[in-house]
Write a protein of this length. Structure first.
Lengths: 65, 318
C-alpha cells in the first residue's frame, strides 16, 4: 500500500486509496449495514454509517475533496 | 473531477434526435465515444497489461475454431481490436486474416511480426460490414468480444450472414447477461442509498437465449450456442474500474451525461466487498461469455428429413 500512497496523485486515485485503506473500518461498517438491508434499500437507510465514512474520507483527502 | 467532466463532454457526441416517427434500430451505445475510448486505451502504455480477458476468451474461442474440421484461405476477424484471436491463428488452419475494427489505434497497436499468418487491416465500423466487404464473399467470419458494443445486433448478424459464402462459418464470442453483475449491483445499491435513484453505468447485456433466437432470425443454420465465465479477482473496485477503462471498455451509453458522484463511488467501493468479496479480501468480477457458431445455409448441408418419412416408430425406441 505504501507504494500506492506515494504514487497516488490524481484526486480519484487518492480517493481510491483512502476509501480502501485509510478508512477501511468505516467502509466495512457501511458495507455491513447495506448487506443487512440490501433487499430493501431506500435513500439514507445507512446514513449514519455513511456520514462516519465520509467524514473519515474528507479528513484523509484534506482540502481536495 | 472537473477535468473528467470536460473530457466526457468532449467525447460524447450529441444524441440522435429522438423522432418517434422514424423507424430504425434502437440506439443504445455512443459508437463515436466508444471509438475514442478504444483509441485512447490502445495508445496508453498499460494497454497490453489489461489484455488478460481478451486473451483468455480468444484462446477459448480458438479451441472451438480448431474443432471445426475445415481449413480456410482467408477469414474475417470482425471487431478484432489488436488481433487477440488472429494472433493465435496458425497457417495450417487459415492462411490469412482480415482484421476489421472501428478503432484505428487498437487495430494498428501490434506489428505484423506478432502474427503467424498474413494479416490485412480494415479500419471500418463493424455496424457497416456490408459497405466494406462484398456479399457472399467470406469463407469465415470470426468476432471476439466486440459485438457487445453494437447497437443493432440483429442487423449486424444479418450482415454477417449476407457477407458469408454459402456454407460459410460464423464464430463469435461476446459478453452476455451476467457480466460485471457485482459492479452493477454495487453501483445500483450505492446510488439508491445515497441519491435515491438509479442511472445506467453498465451496458445492458444480451441474454443467452436471445442469442439463439437472434441467430435463427438472422438466417443461420446448424446453430451452437454455449456459455461460460471468466472470473477475475481484483484488490478492490477501483482497480477493476481502472482496468476496464484501460481495456477501452468504459461506459459508452447514449444519454449518459453525468459522472458518478464521489460519495456514490466511495459508497459503492464499500458495498462491493461487503456483498461479493472473497475471503482473502479481494473482490471478484465475472465476465460471462456467450459463444456462438452458425453456418450460412447451403444445399450441401445436412437437412432435416421431411415430416412423416421416419421408418422407425418412436414408441419402439423409447
Amino acid at each position: 500500500m505504501n507504494a500506492t500512497a506515494t504514487t497516488a496523485k490524481t484526486p480519484l486515485s487518492r480517493l481510491a486509496l483512502h476509501s480502501t485503506a485509510t478508512c477501511s473500518v468505516q467502509a466495512s461498517a457501511y458495507g455491513k449495514c447495506i448487506l443487512a438491508t440490501y433487499t430493501d434499500v431506500t435513500k439514507d437507510v445507512c446514513k449514519d454509517e455513511f456520514v462516519k465514512f465520509a467524514k473519515c474520507l474528507r479528513e484523509a483527502m484534506g482540502r481536495k475533496w | 473531477m472537473l477535468r473528467s467532466l470536460v473530457r466526457r463532454a468532449a467525447i460524447s457526441s450529441a444524441s440522435p434526435s429522438a423522432n418517434p416517427h422514424t423507424l430504425g434500430p434502437f440506439q443504445v451505445f455512443d459508437r463515436n465515444a466508444k471509438r475514442i475510448q478504444k483509441d485512447r486505451a490502445a495508445l496508453k502504455e498499460g494497454s497490453r497489461t489489461v489484455d488478460y480477458v481478451r486473451e483468455e476468451v480468444a484462446d477459448r474461442l480458438m479451441e472451438r475454431f480448431l474443432d471445426i474440421k475445415r481449413t480456410f484461405g482467408t477469414i474475417l476477424d470482425l471487431g478484432s481490436g489488436s488481433g487477440h484471436f488472429t494472433k493465435l491463428l496458425e497457417p495450417e488452419k487459415a492462411q490469412k486474416s482480415v482484421m476489421m475494427d472501428s478503432s484505428e489505434m487498437a487495430l494498428r497497436r501490434d506489428p505484423d511480426s506478432e502474427f503467424e499468418v498474413q494479416v490485412e487491416r480494415i479500419h471500418a465500423d463493424e455496424e457497416n460490414l456490408l459497405q466494406n466487404v462484398e456479399p457472399n464473399s467470406q469463407e469465415a467470419i470470426v468476432s471476439c468480444l466486440s459485438l457487445h458494443w453494437v447497437n443493432d445486433l440483429p442487423g449486424t448478424l444479418i450482415q454477417i450472414r449476407e457477407a458469408l459464402q454459402p456454407d460459410g462459418l460464423f464464430l463469435g464470442a461476446m459478453f452476455g447477461g451476467d457480466t460485471l453483475f457485482e459492479l452493477r449491483t454495487a453501483l445500483q445499491l450505492a446510488e439508491v442509498e445515497r441519491e435515491g435513484g438509479l442511472s445506467p453505468h453498465i451496458s445492458p447485456m444480451t441474454q443467452t437465449n436471445d442469442i439463439s433466437n437472434l441467430m435463427g432470425r438472422a438466417g443461420f443454420s446448424l446453430l451452437t450456442v454455449d456459455v461460460d465465465e471468466v472470473k477475475v479477482a481484483y484488490p478492490d473496485m477501483w482497480a477493476l474500474m481502472d482496468d476496464l477503462r484501460a481495456m477501452g471498455e468504459g461506459n459508452a451509453l447514449l444519454g449518459h451525461r453525468r459522472a458518478l458522484r464521489r460519495d456514490t463511488l466511495a459508497a459503492a467501493s464499500a458495498i462491493y466487498p461487503a456483498l461479493h468479496g472473497n475471503e482473502d479480501g479481494s473482490v471478484p468480477a465475472t465476465f460471462q461469455i456467450i459463444y456462438m457458431i452458425g453456418w450460412k445455409p447451403a444445399p450441401s448441408q445436412p437437412q432435416p428429413l421431411e415430416r412423416g418419412t421416419g421408418k422407425v416408430p418412436l414408441g419402439e425406441v423409447l
